[in-house]
Design a protein around this ligand. Structure first.
Ligand code: G
Ligand code: G
Ligand code: MN
Ligand code: NA
Length: 249
């Protein structure tokens, strides 16, 4: 496939970029961290990760791509204040083959940052299969001090029982429940229930997809402590992070 060959070449040429979207502490207004989001500037216009991540997964390129993003994100984070974290998305395949723990350790060591600065975002599909291999890898990473976040929470198959099999540090409420929150009382009830679940289980809750002041006001009324979304900023290149940190609050 054309895209697969292009992607392989782009990776080899380090033409793949990692951009950063801030996560805000809603109590203080400070930026608590950034989510790393991979970007591929392409001659015929940017190709979205929604399009090329599946191609990378089918072709096996996801391992090289995943390692590249991890190393780049840790290296960029090494330039930020030490209380600002970096979150990296992982594909389920990165748990199936290769040595994810060694890859992560090596990225942290090369950047010289502590494991406490790194969050790894995984999706429900990964933990639903409950393989011992996956659970052991997650426990090892967590034991190192890395945070494990459940991304896109509430989509997918959402069997809550996996919250018992694995102690997540953070749940990210999928943006489908957050965007236009003020207009949808069902979404409000769902967000309230997830916040309550997080409180009871000792899991931090982040709301994704905050696009308007009204969404934000709703979240604050419900007691949500962290949020992310276009209202605050879209993902931007590493060179824009310093300005985002200065302009916050
Ligand atoms: O940034 P954007 O909304 O275009 O991302 C689209 C999708 O691609 C999201 O589901 C996001 O989680 C995923 N994605 C972005 N960057 C990465 C990455 O580095 N690795 C993986 N596995 N997925 C990513
Ligand atoms: O699956 P994941 O949550 O990792 O995907 C993150 C994606 O969501 C990124 O591609 C990012 O660009 C996108 N995103 C982040 N904030 C918003 C927002 O406020 N609105 C919308 N529509 N998309 C967002
Ligand atoms: Mn994510
Ligand atoms: Na998400």
């Amino acid at each position: 496939r054309r895209l697969e060959l292009d992607l392989r070449a782009a990776l080899a040429a380090e033409a793949i970029e990692v951009h950063y979207q801030p996560l805000l502490n809603l109590r203080t207004g400070a930026i608590s961290g950034f989510e790393a989001l991979v970007r591929w500037p392409h001659a015929e216009g940017d190709v979205s990760p929604g399009e090329f991540i599946p191609i990378a997964e089918e072709s096996g390129l996801i391992y090289a791509l995943g390692t590249y993003v991890l190393r780049r994100a840790c290296r960029d984070a090494s330039q930020w204040p030490s209380d600002v974290k970096v979150a990296v998305n992982l594909s389920a395949l990165q748990f199936r083959h290769g040595d994810l723990v060694a890859t992560v350790q090596s990225a942290l060591a090369a950047a010289g940052i502590s494991p406490q600065r790194l969050d790894l975002e995984i999706t429900e599909a990964l933990v639903l299969d409950r393989s011992e291999r996956v659970l052991n890898t997650l426990r090892t990473l967590r034991g190192m001090g890395i945070g494990i976040s459940m991304d896109d929470f509430g989509t997918g198959y959402s069997s809550l029982s996996y919250l018992r099999s694995f102690p997540f540090d953070k749940i990210k409420i999928d943006r489908s429940f957050v965007t236009n929150l003020n207009e949808n009382t069902d979404s409000q009830a769902i967000v309230r229930a997830i916040l309550s679940l997080g409180n009871s289980l000792g899991i931090a809750i982040t709301a994704e997809g905050v696009e308007t002041e009204l969404d934000l006001a709703c979240l604050q009324a419900e007691g949500c402590l962290e949020a992310q979304g276009f209202l605050f900023a879209k993902a931007q290149p590493a060179s824009a992070v310093a300005a985002m940190l200065l302009g916050e609050g």
